[in-house]
Each structure stands twice: as C-alpha cells, then as structure tokens.
Design a protein around this ligand. Structure first.
Ligand SMILES: Cc1cc2nc3c(=O)[nH]c(=O)nc-3n(C[C@H](O)[C@H](O)[C@H](O)COP(=O)(O)O)c2cc1C
Length: 348
C-alpha cells in the first residue's frame, strides 16, 4: 500500500477509535434567542435552499473526508446514498491518491451512482502549489471529471501538514495559484480550511481572487493536530506527538471565522460552515451567523462506517432538529435565518 493510501486509512481508523475533537466546541458559545410567539406552524418550515445554482433539500453538505484506499469506497457510497435521500451536497476527500493511482478512482466516483445535487471535488493546496500551471489545470480537470463535480474545493491544510511526520509544508505561492485556478478552471473553485479556520485578513486576500465561496473549516470539531498526534504515537515519533499535542486546539473557532470572513467579503461570497457541527441546532446557529450551508464531517463518519441506513437515520435527525430550531425561532425559510437574533460572545 502506498504512503498516501496508508495515511488515508489511518486517518479514518484514528478518527473512529480515538477522541480527536478539539477540547472546546465553540458552537456551545452561540445561543439563538427563543421566539415564544413563532406565529408559524412547524409544517410551514421550508428547509430547501439554492446555492451555486443548485437546489438543495436542506442547507447541509457532507464535508469531504475520504477516498483513496479500498475501504473508503463503501464509506463514500453510504454517505452518497444519504446525500441523495435528502438532496444535500457532498464532498469527497483529497483526490490526490487517484491521480497517483488510477485504480483508486472508484473509491471516489462511486458517488456518481447517486443523484446528488451538489458534488464537491477536493485537492490540497500544498499539493497543487508544487505543480506548474499546465499540471494544475490538467489534474484539477481530471478530479472534477472523476466525480462530475459542480465545484472544486482547494483545501488549506497547513496545520495538518506541519504536524504530520511526512507533511508537505510548502505554502509559498498558494494565493497566486488559487487566483490563477479560480480564473482559468471552467468549474467554480472554493477555498476550504480543514479545522483551523479563515481569518478576516486571509478572507480579504481571498476576496481579490475569483473564487466562488469559502468553507471556513474552523476549529472546535475534528482536530487534525489530534489525528496526527495519534499517527505519530503509532510510530513512537515523539517530536510529532509533541507537535500534535501543542497545536491540538490551534485555529479560529468556526463561529468566529464565519463572522470574520463575512465582514471581510461584505457577505458577497457564500460561506460554508464546517467544523464542530454536531446536530441540527448547530446548523441553525451557523445559518444565523450568516453561513449559507453547514458542513458536517465527523458526526457522519461513525454512521457511514455502519451502513447506509445508519447514515440516513443520523441525517434525518439532524434535519429534523434544524426544522425544530426554525419553528422555535419563528422562521419558515432558510434565507430568513440570517435575521435571527443571536447571542455570541467569543471565548478563548
Ligand atoms: C477522517 C477525516 C478525513 C478528512 N480528509 C479531508 C480531506 O481529504 N480534505 C479536506 O478538505 N478535508 C478533510 N477533512 C476535514 C473535514 O472536511 C472537516 O473540515 C473537518 O473534519 C471538520 O469538520 P467536523 O468537525 O465536522 O469533523 C477530513 C476529516 C476527517 C474526519
């Protein structure tokens, strides 16, 4: 098994077996103000929304997690079946492995057997920055075609790379590469952090490119420093164990990142709120802060390992909770969620 495949496998195994969550979930700091006179019926709540020209059954996307090793096919298939059922978006994990080994394509393109309204291809910024322009465009077109993606996410994962024993820590030229790609790729490009969040300043820089949206991928949920801590532990690699521990809680909390990105971009770019979303109430909180969609990764991983029906059942609960929250807020349409009264005090 190649190194990339082995790493993908370990990421999933560790995320299932160990506690890889940040020590504080920042969604607990966000409170939505109860509306004792909702003046709507629960049945009036319409969860559908439109983003990137696609109609979704609920403002949720399954955040990219896997692909690139044999068992990932089943996980992606189970997630895809649930995405089809609820007509929500779905991303796959970094498709680098399939570029290196075409035999692994089926671990990603298995999702093409399902009718998913919004599919998101994925590649790490630390990989594309090392390629020349021709290779960047060829390879990104390949991974978009692989899953018939509607958009491409360029994943900023420098926290993971820096604490990872074999990490690729070249970030020089990243913004320029994103700018070029966002102008030249025929598919819309979004930028996605993967657990350390996007600040006001970074969002200001990104806003000058032609990207179509930002997934803030903030802190408070899965910590990749934690995942890499456990990988280093498996190898008795004390240096990287230490790094994983030290940077376990590094990053900008997801709720704060939504506000920073929104302000920096004058709310012109759609924001996806990934990082620490556990239930439908967290989804409602992210929408109230200004996100267009909430992204969920870890909360769907355990059900996805068990099977389609478990994944469908968990998402059904999350979606029902969102409906309950909207009823209690007196909100019947997703668009109106941004008008909800929010109490949020940022805590370190
Ligand atoms: C096992 C695992 C693998 C992941 N792989 C990727 C990846 O390849 N590309 C990416 O952009 N994000 C990846 N992520 C990050 C998620 O998309 C998400 O941003 C992060 O887990 C935070 O969401 P959560 O708190 O709901 O888990 C991965 C997450 C997990 C748990």
């Amino acid at each position: 098994m190649r190194q990339t495949e082995e790493r993908k496998r370990e990421h999933i195994l560790i995320s299932l077996k160990e506690n890889v969550m940040a020590h504080h979930n920042f969604w607990d700091d966000v409170k939505l103000v109860h509306n004792a006179l909702p003046e709507i019926n629960e049945d009036d709540v319409d969860l559908s929304t439109k983003l990137f020209g696609k109609k979704l059954g609920a403002p949720i996307v399954i955040a990219g997690m896997t692909g690139g090793y044999t068992r990932a096919k089943k996980i992606n298939e189970n997630l895809a079946a649930a995405a089809e059922k609820f007509q929500i978006g779905m991303g796959v994990g970094s498709q680098r492995s399939a570029l290196e080994n075409p035999d692994l394509k089926n671990t990603y393109n298995v999702i093409n057997n399902y009718d998913i309204p919004l599919k998101i291809a994925n590649i790490g910024a630390s990989q594309i920055v090392a390629w020349d322009k021709k290779k960047i465009l060829e390879n990104t077109e390949k991974i978009v075609d692989m899953i018939n993606a509607d958009i491409l996410a360029v994943c900023l994962n420098f926290l993971q790379e820096v604490v990872q024993p074999e990490g690729e820590t070249h970030a020089k030229g990243c913004l320029k590469t994103i700018d070029m790609l966002s102008q030249e790729l025929s598919t819309p490009v979004i930028v996605k952090e993967s657990g350390a969040g996007i600040s006001y300043r970074v969002a200001k820089s990104l806003a000058k490119t032609s990207i179509a949206g930002i997934d803030v991928g903030g802190a408070g949920g899965t910590s990749f420093a934690a995942v890499e801590y456990y990988r280093a532990k498996m190898r008795n690699d004390y240096l990287h164990m230490r790094g994983g521990k030290t940077f376990w809680d590094w990053g900008i909390p997801t709720p704060r990142s939504i506000l920073e990105v929104g302000r920096a971009t004058n709310w012109r770019l759609p924001i996806i709120a990934t990082g620490g979303i556990r239930n439908g109430l967290d989804v409602a909180k992210s929408l109230a802060l200004g996100a267009s969609l909430a992204g969920i990764a870890h909360a769907l991983l355990k059900p996805a390992i068990k099977g389609k029906e478990f994944t469908v059942s968990e998402l059904n609960i999350i979606i029902k909770e969102l409906q309950m929250a909207m009823f209690l807020l007196g909100i019947d349409k997703i668009k109106k969620m941004a008008t909800v009264e929010v109490e949020y005090e940022y805590k370190e």
